[in-house]
Ligand binder design. Structure first.
Ligand code: SF4
Ligand code: SF4
Length: 231
């Protein structure tokens, strides 16, 4: 099966973009993971975060698909949630790709702990901003990522060299001061995480949420970014 055939399958399934990343241990992420404070939803099990073989033993490649956020009328929630739960929607799309794939495969949509944005970056689909969001031409940062681990040996794409404008607007606008230089993101200060946190919030965290207009998620660092205006 050729890479071109897979890109066609992805397009027919409704993916806005598709690229190929290598399946390997992403050990380059270890220093960043160790530096960051643990997020509420990702257990600090670094092996699981960087090892695709734990999800598909014979994985050789990752088919990475981007799907732009679906539209929706509920402006009280962040953009990613306005079209409803994206997980089953994207899984269905990826299943339709897999029905035509040879070999073994495993679908992951925000379900494993693998670093989806980093893998999408390796697949040449975007570049990082200081807000830790991935930017893709034509989509900005407003998209979800679906992964298919496969044992097919496919030619990986080349990561983009482009960098964000380094304007720091995202860092200044963040209501919790969660962002810093060097891709620092303190999850316990991020309103997006806090709107989904099940444990009791501290007084400081309640104050952070007052600066966020959404009941679910937060789009502030995305919406102030000039890269989302040029898309
Ligand atoms: S707001 Fe500026 S610093 Fe932040 S990601 Fe966008 S371009 Fe980069
Ligand atoms: S999502 Fe909101 S709270 Fe989280 S880093 Fe971005 S601006 Fe800050």
């Amino acid at each position: 099966m050729t890479k071109q055939q897979i890109l066609c399958l992805a397009k027919n399934a409704g993916a806005d973009k598709c690229g190929i990343a290598p399946a390997r241990i992403y050990e380059e992420l270890l220093p960043i993971l160790e530096k960051r404070s643990p997020t509420p939803f990702v257990k600090p099990d670094f092996a699981k975060r960087i090892n695709p073989y734990l999800y598909l033993k014979d994985a050789k490649s990752v088919i990475v698909c981007l799907f732009k956020y679906r539209e929706g009328d509920d402006k009280t929630v962040a953009r990613y949630a306005r079209g409803g739960d994206y997980h089953p929607y994207i899984k269905e799309k990826l299943k339709s790709i897999c029905e035509n794939l040879q070999g073994k495969h495993k679908i992951l949509v925000d379900s494993g702990s693998l670093p989806e944005k980093h893998i999408a970056y390796l697949a040449g689909l975007g570049y990082f901003g200081k807000n830790n969001l991935l930017y893709s031409e034509g989509l900005g940062s407003y998209f979800n990522i679906g992964l298919i681990l496969t044992d097919l040996e496919l030619q990986p794409d080349t990561p983009l060299k482009r960098k964000c404008q380094q304007c720091d607007r995202c860092i200044k606008a963040c209501p919790g001061g969660a962002l810093g230089d060097g891709f620092c993101l303190e999850a316990e200060k991020c309103a997006s995480y806090l709107t989904q946190k099940e444990e009791k919030l501290t007084e400081e965290q309640k104050e952070i949420l007052k600066g966020n207009p959404y009941t679910l998620g937060c789009d502030i660092c995305a919406d102030v970014c000039p890269l989302n205006k040029e898309k």
